[in-house]
Design a protein around this ligand. Sequence first.
Ligand SMILES: [Zn+2]
Length: 500
Amino acid sequence: MKKFYITTPVYYVNSKPHIGHSYTQVACDTVARFMRQLGHEVFFMTGSDEHGEKIEKTTLERGYKKGEEKRFVDEIVPVFKDLWAKLGIKYDYFIRTTDDYHIKAVQAILQKLYKDGKIYKKVYKGWFCTPCETFWSENQAPGGICPDCKRPIERLDETNYFFKTSEYQKWLIEYIDKNPGFIRPDFRKNEVLGFLKEELLDLCISRPKSRMSWGIEIPFDKDYVTYVWFDALVNYISGAGYPHDMERFGNLWPADFHVIGKDILRHHAVYWPIILHAAGIEPPKSIFAHGWWVIKGEKMSKSKGNVVDPIELVTKYGVDPYRYFLLREVNFGLDGTFSEEALITRYNSDLANDLGNLLSRTLSMVDKYFEGKVPEITGHGSRVTGYDNLKNKALNLSAELERSIPNFDFVTALTKIWEVIDIANKLIEDSKPWNLAKEKKTDDLASLMSGLIDALKTIAISIYPFMPETSEKMKNQLGMKDGSGKVRSSGPLFPRIETK
Ligand SMILES: [Zn+2]
């Protein structure tokens, strides 16, 4: 059976990971964990993009010598892996674009396209943005400014290899029209279709070694290396086994989701499907582009000095609150505003007050009234008002999650889970168990407690993809691990953060 295959981009390792990287990771990890929970076989791949001009430059800036690029990236990659471990990112495979099998896969694709006459050599006279490594036509970059990074572009006069992207423009437009889920969210699809209204230029896929040598050598011309984006995109198939393990590839491809930031949508939704189609390979099923986290209306950037360090936040607030905040605060796909105040507000209200309180007061009542043993319902107890409502909401929850999480609708999923939490909290307030105890209505009290514990068990399972550590803690406290039916309260899940 085909596995559920989900990818993040391979991240460019010329600097430390930031909140944007962690956002993609957490989203993919959440979907991957949910699909595993449903019983699917999952292949979740992430990795690092290690070639190109910027790595070559950064290597020298960091005091390494020319030719020591591999040494430099070898030291940066663990920084990314460490953060993924801290964030509880449970990926199945980490691909590095300097891996031998990946290099061979890139060369195999290049060779195939070349042999089929899809790659040709020509002198390029035109505009080039060095930081973006992108060629622009006069129309695309009015005023000599790069439309992507807004920096001045330069004249370039160079012989290079080009891939006949333009031949596939019509095919791609039709493909996007025929496959409504291919580019998500919908407004991103329209953005791509808008871009495709302009004439698509053939993609320059080489760099002369005389100018830039840190890349994968073009198999049919040793004076050139391939363009870093061509190299990077191929990771999605090389990491899945193409062409060295075609049986494995057959079980994975087409990928179910490429999850990316909106800034690299064009590479993924235009060039990548065309490269695949030209090489006789099916495009991925879906590309989901998420938004950016901004701070006070500005994009985070090193030069502005407003970069949020995920490690700092995780150390201060814990992994699960950070994961929860990223996926709960903003609809996945849209831009979000990041602030520590907003994170603290979510933490105190949703996690400490709503969820944390529900667990701790339920457990302490089971302790107090039933000596820590979850009461068994005999069927004779007259149930308290609101009990059935809680039970039904909890029962419907898994269906709600199956609709929302695989579509990256994390806000809806978490809202539905919190509805159950809210109803349970309200049920405690309305039914006043302390009075039931005083009045010795033991059957009512027993059915109420067992209903609350059942709801908490459902919640513990439901939050697992989002907050795996918290889910484990809850399962322990609820006695789900040992099957003893005894609860074991062990301090608050989320101690309140005091603010001045
Ligand atoms: Zn640029």
